[in-house]
Design a protein around this ligand. Structure first.
Ligand SMILES: [Mg+2]
Length: 247
């Protein structure tokens, strides 16, 4: 029996940047009664708070939930309130280099859109994220922009040689995430192992981008058992099956 279920957030538990919703919130509450749960995503803690907290149970079950925003460079655990166990951020010089390179690659790719909604590049402390249509873009626009990741794969090909000392991954619907090398879902899974003292063999990872180049793919390198889902609806089926199989 697996002890810990680890979820990607956007595209897995919720639609990109969308609220978790009452149904999924209740289901996670039931899951927390039979297993530990961790949520790891490129999103910030602020984003987690907006997207997740209103829909989660508010009782002691939360103590079995680990939150790993910005791909596990922050780790929060609940003990009556959410506490940061650790946080790891970029230096000012690193940030400048990353932002300049993102701008260059976006322009060279030819995919910079004529119209965008909100900030294109967001500083998340330990992660810098390009949202190709802007942070506030409507979901319909975002979903239509790069459904097969083809545009972002081309931008990544330009970006990789510009940022040899950093890691470039594709996630969400329109995002490219820059982190320190080694800061990816695998990093998060190792942090979970360390902080929670749970062997990787007792974890189950669920994500929508487990294909090569996807931001969930590095999880596979840890040897964690992975389930690839198409969308939150499929994730619900996975959770229900897990709960049904629990002793
Ligand atoms: Mg995802």
């Amino acid at each position: 029996m697996k002890q810990l279920m680890v979820f990607d957030l956007d595209g897995t538990l919720a639609k990109s940047k969308a609220p978790l919703g009452v149904g999924m919130g209740r289901l996670l509450g039931r899951l927390l009664s039979v297993a530990r749960v961790a949520i790891i995503s490129g999103g910030t803690w602020t984003q987690f708070q907006k997207q997740l907290l209103p829909y989660l149970p508010t009782d002691d079950r939360l103590k079995r939930l680990s939150m790993l925003p910005t791909t596990g460079t922050r780790f929060l655990q609940y003990d009556g309130q959410w506490r940061v166990l650790y946080a790891e951020d970029f230096t000012a010089a690193e940030k400048k280099k990353i932002v300049t390179s993102l701008d260059t690659a976006f322009d060279q790719s030819g995919f910079r859109p004529a119209k965008h909604w909100g900030e294109l590049i967001e500083d998340r402390g330990s992660q810098i994220t390009l949202s190709a249509l802007g942070q506030e873009a409507p979901l319909t626009e975002k979903k239509a922009w790069d459904p097969d990741f083809a545009k972002r794969k081309k931008i990544k090909a330009i970006l990789d040689p510009l940022l040899p000392d950093f890691s470039v991954t594709l996630g969400g619907a329109t995002s490219i995430d820059i982190t320190r090398p080694g800061v990816d879902k695998a990093y998060g899974i190792h942090k979970l192992k360390l902080e929670l003292d749970i062997p990787i063999a007792r974890m189950l990872f669920v994500g929508d981008a487990l294909f090569p180049g996807g931001n969930d793919h590095p999880a596979r390198t840890t040897g964690v058992e992975c389930i690839e889902v198409r969308d939150p609806l499929e994730t619900e089926h996975v959770i229900r099956a897990f709960i049904a199989a629990a002793p």
